[in-house]
Design a protein around this ligand. Structure first.
Ligand SMILES: *Cc1c(COP(=O)(O)O)cnc(C)c1O
Length: 432
């Protein structure tokens, strides 16, 4: 499989080059040259197939000859070695729990897959790689955990000061070893801007070999398709395709879901559930793309004012706005509704949502008001323990920290404070 740049001014590359480079030299995102059809027997027999086999068969055409099949099978087996349960919440709503990985965030899958691919690609090269990543919350922890101790890889994580939860902050600052955290006195968009600029800076490239672990990297983006196949495997009524609601920030996850559907997975209508950062809902209404400054919300991993993966969604629909609107709707849910939803669902069903899942749940419930026969599922992308204040405010309940996190919570925080200033960041990368 080859990948082309959506900016159209860089040569095509293999999966290996796309995974190592992250972004194309013309600053475009890489996109697969053709869309492989999902094998019909995979859909037919999905209920009897193990997760690792499903994942392997989905990702294999995208990787192509870049990784031998036996190695790739090992990589996906390690990537998906935890459960992805679809839990019934009400008669017509189910929750696909994606928070059972090591950092309790759905981003674990992409980070685990990417780090293992990169480890394989760098195996016989004598160079050190710096993975640069901006995080609005969960990416940092998942990347830190995925890359921790990987030889030849240094990770530099930028996160917005005071805008990530204590558990999230601990997950990205307490690892040490090859993981460095920069606490930026600004927003996620500032962090992302600094990272993007670094990628185009020749002075830095002369000193360090940089790659990105944001969801723009194909090795992080593409394995997110697995979730949708795992959901379908557990969706009992195979005659009615479920409405799928995805809490969205940078739009990588939902783009992977739309890709899975476009290549043959029988899913219903897609809804992008956003918080107050409503660039995409406005775009679908008006047709005008108006990036904004990100505003802070309770669902902080979705505080994105200029969602970078949306260009891939446009490409998936051949840049045709009507086609896109037919398949996808997008809504913006307020913090007040987020809290009210956590509270209501907890009281009615005993199910505890995290703020991101609550945004999605509310979007699904609203959709069902106008489509009363629609059954659906939403992606529960983070464990509620990562947002203890919001959950306690809504339910009155303190959630217990799982054993796997308790030890990490006791480790000292190690972060470098930094102004949202590119020259300071550059100095750090070149000399620090
Ligand atoms: C990253 C994240 C999202 C948003 O995913 P995108 O792919 O950026 O749209 C939603 N929920 C949680 C918990 C996340 O960490």
């Amino acid at each position: 499989m080859n990948y082309y740049s959506l900016n159209g001014a860089s040569p095509k590359v293999t999966f290996k080059e796309a995974a190592i480079k992250g972004q194309a030299p013309d600053k475009g995102l890489y996109f697969p040259e053709f869309l492989p059809r999902v094998e019909a027997d995979l859909i037919r027999n999905i209920e009897s197939l193990p997760e690792a086999e499903i994942a392997f068969r989905i990702i294999r055409p995208y990787v192509g000859a870049a990784i031998p099949e036996a190695v790739l099978f090992d990589i996906v087996s390690q990537t998906v070695n935890f459960p992805f349960p679809l839990q019934t919440v009400t008669d017509n709503i189910a929750s696909l729990e994606l928070f059972h990985g090591p950092t309790l965030a759905f981003k674990d899958v992409g980070a685990r897959f990417m780090s293992r691919c990169l480890g394989y690609f760098l195996g016989d090269e004598q160079k050190e790689v710096t993975v640069l990543v901006a995080t609005s919350g969960d990416t940092g922890g998942a990347v830190a955990s995925g890359f921790y101790g990987v030889e030849g890889v240094n990770v530099v994580i930028l996160y917005p000061k005071g805008r990530v939860s204590p558990v999230q902050e601990q997950q990205l600052t307490a690892m040490g070893k090859n993981i460095a955290a920069l606490e930026v006195d600004g927003s996620f968009d500032d962090c992302q801007r600094m990272v993007k600029q670094a990628f185009t800076d020749a002075d830095i490239h002369a000193k360090r070999f940089l790659t990105s672990a944001n969801s723009i990297n194909v090795a992080r983006w593409l394995p997110q398709q697995f979730y949708y196949f795992f959901a379908y495997k557990q969706w009992k009524e195979k005659t009615g395709a479920p409405v799928v609601v995805v809490p969205s920030g940078n739009f990588g996850n939902i783009c992977a879901g739309l890709l899975a559907k476009a290549t043959g997975l029988p899913l219903g209508h897609f809804i992008a559930a956003c918080n107050a950062n409503d660039v995409v809902p406005s775009f679908l209404q008006t047709g005008n793309w108006q990036p904004q400054k990100a505003v802070a919300t309770l669902s902080n991993a979705m505080d994105v004012g200029d969602p970078s993966n949306f260009v891939r969604i446009m490409e998936l629909f051949d840049q045709q706005f009507p086609k896109l609107k037919d398949q996808l709707s997008a809504v913006s849910i307020s913090d007040a509704d987020t809290i009210a939803t956590i509270q209501k669902v907890y009281r009615k069903t005993g199910y505890t949502l995290d703020p991101h899942g609550a945004v999605a749940y509310k979007a699904l419930e609203d959709y069902q008001q106008t489509h009363p026969d629609a059954k659906g599922l939403f992606l529960e992308t983070a464990h509620p323990v990562k947002f203890p204040e919001a959950v306690k405010r809504a339910t009155g309940v303190d959630i217990e920290i799982p054993g796997s996190l308790r030890e990490l919570m006791l480790q000292p925080k190690q972060a470098v404070a930094m102004a949202p200033d590119y020259t300071v960041f550059k100095e750090y990368l070149v000399n620090g």
